[in-house]
Write a protein that binds this ligand. Structure first.
Ligand code: 13P
Length: 257
């Protein structure tokens, strides 16, 4: 059964912006979005900005999300933030397993799986990131790495979870922040394989509902060709999302591709 997936354009601000800067950003972004219907727009902001962004975007369909959380709901986990806490400040989504979390903070596939499962259970939409290093790509281990990351998520995930309860992002690590985007053909090849794996794991209906984004050095000049690929459902954007004019351009370009 053919499934129309709504595209998603997501800003990952990483560890950038104070509350005042977030306010200025949202004030500049909103009037620049030409159509709120055809694309889901999401902003993944630092914890400290979430409440204010939520207030400013309340009357809009913009999805407000966090960049990480911990899978326990409360307790002796100094410095961590839980899913109910994110809900409490108005977050609706959360990035899980970004390569910077995996590489710098030692998050394992098992932690990513538990976080994904807890996010869905708490009513947050998880954007689960997978992707290989340059070395893994060069030594032919790209698919082992990515398929392992996807598979481990499903070891934890309840069978009742629907395809539209989860989003994946294929973010080759060598393409993040380097200006060296994966070619549209390579993005399609990787994302197409991820979708085929989802079908193997949970069936055709499920796989056809899951949105899979591409991330890594997206900019206005290259967004059209990557979005034109049949299995690519949107983008997770770092650097080019920090400026509201640039991000609005990416959102609007998604509508026309
Ligand atoms: P860049 O767009 O800066 O390459 O970052 C991609 C990314 O990591 C988004 O999560």
């Amino acid at each position: 059964m053919a499934q129309v997936r709504r595209p998603m354009m997501a800003a990952n601000w990483k560890m950038n912006k104070l509350i005042r800067e977030a306010e200025e950003y949202v004030a500049q972004l909103l009037p620049r979005l030409i159509d709120n219907e055809g694309v889901d727009v999401a902003i993944f902001a630092p914890f400290t900005c979430l409440q204010q962004i939520g207030r400013m975007t309340q009357a809009t369909p913009i999805v407000v999300g966090a960049q990480n959380f911990y899978f326990e709901d409360s307790g002796a986990f100094t410095g961590e933030i839980s899913a109910p806490m994110l809900k409490d400040v108005g977050a609706e989504a959360v990035i899980v397993g970004h390569s910077e979390r995996r590489e710098i903070f030692g998050e394992t596939d098992e932690m990513v799986a538990r976080k994904t499962s807890r996010a869905i259970g708490a009513g947050l939409l998880p954007i689960v990131c997978v992707g290989e290093t340059k070395e893994e790509r060069d030594t032919g281990e790209m698919w082992d790495k990515c398929s392992g990351q996807v598979q481990s998520v499903f070891e934890e995930l309840d069978k009742k979870v629907r395809g539209d309860d989860i989003v994946f992002a294929y973010e080759p690590i060598w393409a993040i922040g380097t200006g060296d985007m994966a070619s549209p053909e390579d993005s399609q090849a990787a994302i197409g394989k991820i979708r085929a794996l989802l079908e193997e794991l949970r069936g055709e209906q499920f796989a056809s509902q899951v949105r899979i984004l591409y991330g890594g050095s997206i900019k206005l000049e290259n967004i059209g060709e990557v979005m034109a690929q049949k299995d690519v459902d949107g983008g997770l954007v770092g650097g080019a999302s920090l400026d509201p004019v640039s991000f609005a351009g990416l959102v609007n370009a998604t509508l026309s591709s």
